[in-house]
Every structure is written in C-alpha cells, then in structure tokens.
Design a protein. Structure first.
Length: 647
C-alpha cells in the first residue's frame, strides 16, 4: 500500500499532496465520517425496536429503556409521543423524532423530564452513550444486549473507500487509489502495467510489480489490498509474512515455518516450495515443521521425531536425506514409501442435497447436487469458493453438523474429560470407592483449591501490560485442595488420573462405562492427550478431532468437516479416513472440504471448484468419482491427483 500511495503522489491527477495524504490513518487523508475505517457503527433498529408495542409496553428492547427505566423517561415524558400508541402507527414526524432527532429543546415536556436537558433520538443517544464511550458497555447485560443490536454498515460518505473526497479526486487512468485497493491482486498487477512509466515513477512501478508478482506466485492473487487482516486464514497470514521477506536483501537469517502448507491446494504447495527454495538460495537457513510429503521432498536434510506421540515420542528416530528416510522403518518413512491408490469400491448415493442458482461471494448461479450416505470431498485451489458453497449449503440445510477447528464451548476449567462427559463418571467412581460426596472431586465445587478457586493458576493484573499467570503454590496447579488428594481409586488420586494419557486411561478404566468414550479419542488419533488437558491448550486440529470423537456412533446425520487433516501425520490420515468410512456405513452423510490427496483419492464423490481463485473461480469444474477427475484437463486437482498416483 505504501508503494501505491507513492505512485499516486507522483502520477495521480490532480496533485493533492504527498504520499502521506493517501493514508486512511492520516487526518489529512481519512474520511471524516468513518475516520478511515470504511464502516460506521450503527444500530439494527429491527432488533432494537418492536413496532408492535407502545413505549409503555416496552417497545425499545434494551436495558435502561424498559418502562420505568431512566432512559425510558427521556422519551415517555417528552410530550412528543402518545405512550400508549404502537410504534407501527407512528406518523413520519413521530418516527423521525423517536429515532433521529438530535439536540431539540422541548416545548411542553412533562414535569418529570429534566428541565435543562435537550432531547435526542435513539440513534444519537446510542452514538453518544455507547459508540463514542465504549467503556460503558464492557460487561453485564447492557454489553450483551448492545452486541446483539449493534452492527457495522458501509460509511455513507466514502462508500467504504476510507479516504476523503479530496484524496479520492486524484486518479490514474480514471481510477482512484481505493479502486486499486479493491481490485484482486492479479487485476491490480495488470492495471499497473498499463501505466506509462517515466523517470519519476519507474522505480515505484517496478517495485510494486515485483511485490504483486510475489503475491501471485504464492497463490494469493485472489486477495485485495483492502482485505481486513482478521479475515485471513492462518495459511494466508503465513504466506503474506513470507512475501515480506522475499524482497529483503538480508541474508544469513534463520527462518522457521510451522506447517506453511496448511490450507493450501497441492498446486499452491508447489508455488510455496519455490519460495522456500528461493529463501534458501539467498543464503538463509530455512527450518520447516511439516507433514506434507510435497514439502518434505524438497528438504536437503530431514529430522524425523517419534516413534509415537506424547510420552511415546520425543526421540530423534532419523536424520538424513529423503532417500534414506523412505528406506527407514519410521512412521514417516513407511508413509512416504507407500504406493498410492485410488478408491474403486464406490458407494451409491441415496438421495441428494440440492443447491440451485447460488449467488454468494464468488459463486455466480452455481447449482449442484451433493449425494447423501457417501463420502464427498469438496476440492479446489484456495479461494475457489469451497467455503462459500458449504456456507450456502448449511444455510439451506440448518440440520447439518459442522465440525471445524473453532474454539470449544466451556469454561477455563474445561478439559478433555469434561468435554467427553467422562468427568462425572470418574467423580462417581471416586465417590463410591471412598464413600464421600462426588462434588468433592470437582474443582468447580467443594474440591476447588481455596487459593486459586480451582483454576490452578493465580493471575496478577498489571494494568498497563499483559496480566501475569503463575502456578498456584497451594495446589501446585492441580486446582484441587490438598485434602482431596488423600482419597484414591486403585492407588491413584484424582490428579494422577487427570494426568494420564488417554491410551493409559483406557487400560485403567477397563470394563467401565468410561472406556468407550476414551476409546473414541484414541480412534481419532488423540491417544496422547491427557484426560485432564485444558481445552484452551489444544490446537485447531485437536479441537476438530475432539468434536469428531463425540459424534462417533451417531446415525442419520449430515456432517461437514473443514480440512480435518490439518496437523495430522500422513499415517494418521488413513485412520481418519477409516473413521469417515465408519460414519458413512452407520447411515451418515460425510462432506469434507479438503486439499489432502490421501483423503481425496479415497472419497466416493468429488466436487471440484475453480478453475482459479476469487473472480477466476466460483464454478463447478468437476462432479464425479475420483478416478474420472484425473482425465479432466481443466481441473488443477485432477492434475495433482494424477501426479500423486504416479509416485
């Protein structure tokens, strides 16, 4: 964006100032209405006001506006309204006065109205009291209701462009700087190349083209410069960080990448590999934590850890090159040397989930029939419209169960055992064995450490910097008061049991009602977790598999999984596919958004979107069996599936 600002300051007409005025963070450049945000906070009147009620009946549905409330009195005692008249019957003038009027001196208010106060409508009051004074709505029922009725809307003055009209009047070939920021990266690159160069702007244009080419090279051509950072996926954020270093002249640096292939189509992984090699060739050291075989294959040196997970891991089981790894008898080596195959025993659909003429994001009148009671993989390059298609499907079929990597519901004390429902049974066994109340073994109840209130940590608020957390000295982080540890079950305290890995706990609770739930955790590859592991310490992939474990054994559901192989070793991918097969055989429908070719090749049905990303995608390229997509020359997925099977 800095380069684009520099270009407009040099080549834009009319001249409105130097590059700093093209910044929406600069008072000289920002839109005065939205202060450079492009959006304004406002109130959703449909959620706030019930037109079927009068003021006396509580038409303004917000705390302190209820009948008798102090803010309600600022409307009921104005003399402007019939307090028993339903809002749907208000005249145009009455509605304006209720909602929009600002700083009016009342002529005949009731005696209860403050004598020196001016009247203001609902929207001006909300803007003054809440939007411009956010400290008032931090907690409590007011904050909860405020979050329900507040919304963001496009700024009416700049129309989302974030800059003032003077800055927007400066154009190059009929486009202002905001128009460029709203273009897809590849379209912007094409536009920049049409701008005539001279000795003033040539260095800027060359630098800008180089940066945009890197975006395209790494598969982010569908983004815009105005794309808000929080809306980027983890993979997109990581690749943008990578682009920042590609143009750097620094050398002899050490770069560490944590699973950079997450969220990437095999075609994009190929582009990523080129960038990683380019970083290395500049004289840098590149360390990559990765499961993707395509990334592993470009490594000059491989360090394989294992042999298992959790307490069964932590050892270096191999170091060396790729050839040596494929010959080594490690999990990774065996996976890489395995012959790849495609599914031929295809299930038949029993019914369809239909979408007709879907228009959403980059989808333009897309129609598709998704088969039921089979495993369907939705594929395509990043940004091709997979998530948009699934969101449209969920909107039409709200009964769909979405299993993604979002945070799990629960308190800060929630752990694996509480989420799976086994904690109550464990407490019951302790209660029965020791003839005491089960609540004694709860760190939310009688068993809670009095010092840390059952959390195991003490938090110190340091006001101007982040809070500091330390382990509780009394319970040593367990969350239980010391006397609880006097009670045992098979010579184990409640803390000992919560510290057990799932695999060990399965044996400990042999022939109990607890074992099946723990077995399901093992089935989804979470045997290394401790059963007392706090939920907020889990990775996205672990959260997703924990949700999956809770669904095993259910029948007649429609499941959607969003990239379930994230964070999974290749050998665990085969286990995951078996679980999907089991879910389907039990009468469920499984739909998977996925890039992993192990999953794609073993699915019953494929729906491939593309051919590209953003406005170059959003079309159904292929529907059918995996063995048929390899013949489709338009499909990028088919191309890489063909390469995968030839290995």
């Amino acid at each position: 964006y800095s380069l684009l600002r520099l270009l407009y300051s040099r080549s834009g007409e009319p001249f409105v100032g130097y590059s700093n005025v093209f910044s929406f963070n600069n008072p000289q450049g920002m839109c005065p209405c939205c202060e450079g945000l492009g959006v304004v906070n406002t109130i959703n009147l449909d959620k706030l006001i019930n037109k079927e009620k009068s003021l006396n009946e509580g038409a303004i549905e917000f705390p302190t506006f209820e009948p008798g409330g102090w803010r309600w009195k600022r409307y009921a005692y104005t003399g402007l309204f019939d307090n028993d008249k339903k809002l749907k019957d208000y005249t145009e003038e009455e509605w304006y006065n209720l909602i929009y009027a600002d700083n009016i001196k009342l002529k005949n208010p009731a005696p209860q109205f403050p004598k020196t106060s001016l009247y203001e409508g609902i929207i001006p009051r909300f803007e003054r009291s809440f939007f411009k004074n956010e400290g008032r709505v931090k907690t409590g029922r007011v904050a909860k209701r405020f979050n329900e009725v507040a919304m963001e809307d496009t700024c009416p003055l700049c129309k989302g462009k974030r800059l003032n009209q003077r800055v927007l009047s400066c154009k190059i070939k009929g486009k202002d700087i905001a128009d460029c920021c709203n273009m897809q990266i590849d379209d912007l690159r094409d536009f920049i190349k049409t701008i005539p160069t001279d000795y003033v702007n040539e260095p800027v244009i060359n630098a800008l083209n180089g940066m945009l080419d890197n975006f395209i090279l790494i598969g982010l051509n569908y983004l815009t410069l105005y794309r808000i950072t929080p809306t980027l996926s983890g993979g997109e954020s990581q690749r943008i960080k990578l682009i920042r270093h590609l143009g750097s002249s620094l050398t002899d640096l050490i770069y560490i990448f944590d699973e950079p292939s997450i969220g990437l189509h095999p075609g994009d992984v190929h582009k990523l590999n080129k960038l990683l090699i380019e970083l290395r060739d500049k004289g840098n050291t590149v360390l990559i934590v990765e499961h993707d075989p395509d990334v592993i294959e470009i490594a000059d040196y491989i360090i394989d850890l294992g042999p298992g997970a959790g307490q069964k891991g932590g050892e270096v089981v191999y170091t060396g090159d790729l050839k040596g790894l494929t010959e080594a008898q490690t999990k990774t080596g065996r996976y890489l040397s395995q012959r790849k195959s495609i599914k031929t025993n295809i299930r038949k659909a029993r019914g369809y989930l239909s979408l007709k003429d879907v228009v959403y994001n980059n989808l333009n009148r897309v129609s598709v029939d998704i088969p039921m009671h089979v495993v369907t993989a939705v594929t395509g390059v990043a940004g091709s419209g997979k998530s948009s298609l699934i969101q449209s499907l969920i909107k039409k079929y709200p009964e769909i169960v979405m299993i993604d990597q979002s945070a799990l519901r629960g308190s800060r004390r929630s752990n694996t055992a509480t989420y799976t429902g086994t904690m109550d049974m464990i407490r019951g066994l302790f209660s029965k064995a020791n003839k005491v109340k089960a609540s004694l073994f709860s760190n939310n109840s009688e068993g809670a450490c009095p010092e840390c209130k059952g959390t195991g940590i003490l938090t110190t608020d340091l006001a101007f910097i982040d809070s500091v957390e330390v382990t509780c000295d009394l319970c040593h982080g367990s969350g239980y008061k010391p006397e609880v540890l006097l009670y045992k079950l098979k010579d184990k305290t409640i803390v000992d049991i919560l510290s057990m890995p799932v695999e060990e706990a399965i044996e400990f609770f042999h022939n109990t009602a607890i074992q099946p739930a723990l077995k399901r955790l093992s089935d989804v590859g979470l045997e290394y977790l401790t059963i007392g592991q706090n939920l907020n310490t889990l990775s996205g992939g672990e959260r997703q598999r924990l949700k999956l474990a809770n669904e095993l054994g259910n029948k007649g559901n429609i499941y959607v999984f969003d990239e379930p192989t994230t964070g999974l070793h290749g050998s665990d991918t085969y286990k995951l596919m078996k679980l999907f097969d089991n879910l389907t055989d039990e009468g469920n429908t499984v739909i998977i958004i996925e890039h992993n070719l192990d999953i794609i090749s073993k699915s019953d049905w494929l729906i491939d979107l593309g051919p590209g990303a953003g406005c170059n995608g959003g079309r159904i390229i292929f529907e059918g069996h995996p063995e048929d997509i390899i013949k489709n020359k338009q499909s990028v997925t088919g191309k890489y599936l063909r390469k995968y099977l030839s290995k």
